[in-house]
Design a protein around this ligand. Structure first.
Ligand SMILES: C[S@@+](CC[C@H](N)C(=O)[O-])C[C@H]1O[C@@H](n2cnc3c(N)ncnc32)[C@H](O)[C@@H]1O
Length: 276
C-alpha cells in the first residue's frame, strides 16, 4: 500500500500554467453529453473530483453545470493526497462557494481501495482531470466495478494519449517520446501506470453498463503559450533523465531546442460514461 508521503508531487505552479490550455482543450462533444446528464438531475448532486489538485476541474465544470441546470444543488467533494494543493484549492475556489455551490476538501489516498469505494458510494458523478494516465489497470477495474454497482456517472478529462508533434521537428523527438512513454508506464502510486492506454482500457471496462462518449482534448500550443511550452519541455526532459537513451547530451540539446519550438500538439482524450 502506498504511503501518502510517497505520492509523486505535482507543483501548484505547473497546474496553474496548464489550466488555461486544459480548459480550452476539453472536448465539446464529451462536455455536451456530460451537461445533458447533469441537466436531467434534480435536487442535489454529489460530484467527487478525484486528484483535484488546486481545483481546476471544479473551475471548469461548476459554472457550466449551473448554466445547464440552475436548480441543481451542486455538492463538490475535492479529494487529493497533497494537503498543500488542497489548501491552495480552498483559497482558489472561494468564489464558487460564494455563489452557493457546495465545496468540501478531503485529503485521502485514492490508491487505497476502501477509500476509493467510499467515494464511489457517495458520488452521483465522479470526475477528474489529468489523472487516469497515472493509474493502473487494477485501479480502473475497481473504479469501473464500483461505478456500475452504484450507477455512478464518470467523467475523466485531459488523459494523456501518447501523441506529440513538435514544430519544427527535431532529430531527437522520436527517441525522447519513446523514453517519455516508458516513464508514463512507471508506478505512480497506483501500481504500474496505464499511461496513454488508460482511456481505451476504461472505455472497455464501462462498455455495456454505460453509454460512453469520448473524444480528443489535445493541447495545441503556439508562441503565446511560451511559458507552458518551456515548462512542458523541461518536465519531459526531467522525466526521462534516468533513462540511458537518449544520452544526456542529446536530451539537453533537445530541451534547448524544444523550449523555443514554434508549436506543439500534445494528445489528450476525454471520456464520459452515463449509466444505461
Ligand atoms: C496531474 S495532477 C492533476 C490535478 C488536477 N486534476 C488538474 O487537472 O489540475 C494529478 C493530481 O492527482 C493527485 N494524486 C496523485 N496520486 C494520488 C493518490 N494516490 N491519491 C489522491 N490524489 C492523488 C496529485 O496530488 C495531483 O493533484
Amino acid at each position: 500500500m502506498t504511503d501518502m508521503s510517497e505520492i509523486k508531487g505535482f507543483a501548484a505552479d505547473w497546474l496553474a500554467l496548464r489550466e488555461p490550455a486544459d480548459h480550452a482543450s476539453r472536448n465539446a462533444e464529451v462536455q455536451a453529453a456530460f451537461l445533458a446528464h447533469m441537466a436531467a438531475l434534480t435536487g442535489e448532486a454529489v460530484i467527487v473530483d478525484m486528484g483535484a489538485g488546486t481545483g481546476s476541474t471544479a473551475r471548469a465544470l461548476a459554472p457550466a453545470i449551473a448554466k445547464a441546470n440552475p436548480e441543481l444543488r451542486q455538492n463538490w467533494v475535492l479529494v487529493d493526497a497533497d494537503s498543500q494543493l488542497i489548501d491552495r484549492a480552498r483559497l482558489e475556489l472561494s468564489g464558487l462557494i460564494d455563489q452557493g455551490i457546495g465545496v468540501a476538501f478531503e485529503q485521502a489516498n485514492l490508491a487505497d481501495r476502501s477509500a476509493l469505494n467510499g467515494y464511489m458510494a457517495r458520488a452521483d458523478v465522479v470526475t477528474g482531470s489529468a489523472l487516469i494516465d497515472l493509474v493502473s489497470a487494477e485501479w480502473l477495474d475497481w473504479m469501473a466495478h464500483a461505478a456500475a454497482q452504484h450507477r455512478t456517472a464518470v467523467l475523466f478529462a485531459l488523459n494523456y494519449s501518447g501523441t506529440e508533434t513538435w514544430s519544427p521537428p527535431h532529430a531527437a523527438d522520436h527517441g525522447v517520446l519513446q523514453a517519455f512513454l516508458a516513464d508514463q508506464r512507471r508506478d505512480k502510486g497506483f501500481g504500474r501506470a496505464l499511461g496513454p492506454d488508460a482511456t481505451d482500457y476504461l472505455a472497455q471496462k464501462l462498455a455495456g453498463a454505460f453509454t460512453v462518449t469520448r473524444g480528443t482534448s489535445d493541447w495545441h500550443l503556439g508562441p503565446a503559450d511560451r511559458p507552458l511550452i518551456e515548462a512542458l519541455a523541461t518536465g519531459i526532459a526531467d522525466g526521462i533523465a534516468a533513462h540511458p537513451e537518449p544520452t544526456a547530451d542529446v536530451r539537453d540539446g533537445w530541451l534547448t531546442s524544444r523550449k523555443m519550438a514554434e508549436s506543439v500538439m500534445i494528445g489528450h482524450e476525454d471520456i464520459f460514461a452515463r449509466p444505461v
